[in-house]
Design a binder for this molecule. Structure first.
Ligand code: AMP
Ligand code: MG
Length: 274
């Protein structure tokens, strides 16, 4: 299959500052992909490329890649991480899941714990939720006043600018699922003993706030979609579409970064190992 990762990524990339209406975006979109089997082969190819590029990024040891995943409960953050990063060397990759902040974290500014989890040079950092929760759940549940959360869009943009200027490239992915698909996945979680641990009764409280979450996501996508740290909107109802799309985004980003193997600081031609 000819590689069209860059085109697929470009198609899913949101224009900075553009207003978006999520109820007009089809979560079951198949993005004109030829079909499930071919998408699976495309995913495998992308996984191999990501693995090879990650080796080079690690060897280069100059820059990092940060991949941020945001979605509602059962939106597919874990499954996408598993599918897209299955080939990478665990040594060069760090996954951080952000839960409700601890008492100690709440004593600091909201970016304190976030900055601490930033990937080091050579690493790929994968964030399962992120600082965006501070303008999503925090806003919807009114955990801080509007005067506080509304200032955070600008603070987030400045923080991300700072990371990019210091060698941390950023892609942000919002996995867009439908209410119906979320219901099906939550029901399956409850019905399957192996998946039950993933369910929390709090998921239903959040589900009831669906429209508030959509409004909060629309603002976050618009106000924090920037040239230096763009958002990608990925249809999430079909796992095969989602996995191929995210693998294309990550592959295209790593290819654009084009990590270089370091030149040895010694002359290989004069080294003799006896
Ligand atoms: P899960 O991803 O299912 O393990 O759930 C993690 C929970 O932590 C979610 O309900 C998030 O909304 C919550 N969470 C993450 N970050 C924050 C935050 N900054 N403030 C409040 N809740 C948060
Ligand atoms: Mg959960």
């Amino acid at each position: 299959m000819a590689d069209n990762s860059a085109e697929l990524a470009a198609r899913l990339r949101l224009k900075p500052g553009k207003r978006i209406q999520l109820d007009e975006v089809d979560p079951a979109d198949t993005l004109d992909l030829p079909g499930k089997e071919q998408a699976q082969r495309g995913l495998e190819k992308n996984v191999q490329h990501i693995a090879a590029l990650q080796e080079r990024l690690f060897a280069e040891h100059r820059r990092a890649l940060l991949v941020v995943f945001q979605a509602l409960d059962a939106g597919g953050k874990d499954g996408t991480t598993r599918a897209v990063f299955s080939g990478v060397n665990p040594q060069g990759c760090r996954v951080t899941s952000f839960k409700a902040p601890s008492a100690a974290e709440l004593e600091r500014d909201f970016l304190w714990r976030i900055h601490h989890a930033t990937p080091a040079r050579g690493e790929i950092g994968i964030w399962n939720r992120s600082h965006y929760e501070d303008v999503l759940v925090v806003r919807v549940d009114k955990l801080v006043p509007k005067a506080v959360w509304s200032r955070r869009f600008k603070q987030i943009n400045l923080f991300e600018r700072h990371l990019v200027d210091n060698g941390v490239e950023i892609v942000k992915v919002y996995l867009h699922i439908s209410r119906e698909e979320q219901a099906a996945r939550l029901r399956e979680r409850i019905a399957t003993p192996e998946k039950r641990w993933k369910f929390s009764p709090d998921d239903l409280r959040k589900r009831a706030q669906w429209d508030d979450y959509m409004a909060a996501y629309e603002d976050a996508l618009r106000r924090c979609g920037t040239e230096h740290a763009p958002w990608y909107l990925v249809p999430g109802d079909r796992n095969w579409v989602r996995n191929l799309a995210v693998s294309a985004i990550v592959r295209a980003k790593l290819e654009e970064m084009d990590p270089q193997l370091p030149e040895p600081k010694w002359d290989p031609s004069v080294i003799v190992i006896d």
